[in-house]
Ligand binder design. Structure first.
Ligand code: PEP
Length: 254
């Protein structure tokens, strides 16, 4: 089975209602350029409802940038998986390096979030993994990524609701993209890890690359065997860039 190309926008703490309208219009106008691509937008949670209204008739999926590891209760400022689902999200980013570095997303916490998401019907977990510049220099990339996968997915038995995003920390928001070959090498290692853990179902899991993907480098990245699409930060805030990246992903289906 061919894996459907996937492009996910991570707006982080950016965007507003005006950008929701502009981006939704641009995606609607150009949808025919990438009919085979699944497009997901992860805005700040308070913009999910505006997105839901803007794309009511469109084939655009919504996602959240994080979730709490508990199902409900006294967790001021947090969102449960069921609340996010009610707000229209069917994807959740987990373990983004910004959350690992600055917001206390430890390995056990990420694993608990993964189980929350996998327990929710029609919800997909997008697990972000990746090494720092120092770890790459010390040739620890494979070991670091494998350890992150094992910590988050050790207790997970099925992978149908799973996407992996390989995001080298040194490439996020820096303009320093991994070369297609560098990225493919890690994606192939992740693919092998997934097939060892989940058997043939691991071959169906989509693995995205994230880290300074732009309109002008997307096609070369998406041409690699195990790069099934992208997780896009900065370039997902500019309609022309994001549309071009979605269009580049369409070539994977031909
Ligand atoms: C991200 O934060 O997930 C990301 C990939 O950001 P950028 O595209 O800006 O590097």
């Amino acid at each position: 089975m061919q894996r459907q190309p996937l492009v996910i926008a991570n707006w982080k703490m950016n965007g507003d209602r005006k950008l929701v309208t502009t981006m939704a219009e641009a995606l609607r106008e150009h949808a025919a350029d990438y009919p085979a691509v699944q497009v997901v937008v992860c805005p700040p949670a308070v913009l999910l409802e505006a997105w839901q209204q803007a794309v009511f008739y469109d084939q655009i999926y919504l996602g959240a940038q994080d979730v709490n590891e508990h199902s409900h209760g006294a967790h001021t400022g947090e969102h449960s998986c069921s609340l996010l689902a009610e707000a229209g999200a069917s994807f959740v980013l987990l373990g983004h390096s910004e959350r690992r570095q600055w917001y206390g997303d430890s390995e056990p916490r990420i694993a608990a979030k993964v189980s929350q998401v996998l327990a929710q019907d029609n919800m997909t977990a997008v697990l972000c993994v990746g090494e720092s510049a120092e770890q790459r220099q010390q040739q620890q990339t494979f070991a670091v990524v494998a350890a992150q996968l094992a910590a988050a997915l050790g207790q997970v038995a099925r992978c149908e609701q799973l996407v992996i995003a390989y995001e080298p920390i040194w490439a996020i928001g820096t303009g320093a993209t991994a070369s297609p070959e560098q990225a493919q090498e890690v994606h192939a290692m992740i693919r092998q890890w997934l097939t060892e853990k989940f058997g043939s179902a691991g071959r169906e899991v989509r693995i995205l690359y994230g880290g300074s993907v732009k309109a002008d480098n997307a096609a070369a990245l998406f041409a690699q065997t195990d790069i099934d699409g992208g997780l896009i930060g900065g370039a997902s805030l500019a309609a022309d860039q994001f549309v071009a990246i979605c269009t580049a992903a369409q070539t994977r289906s031909s």
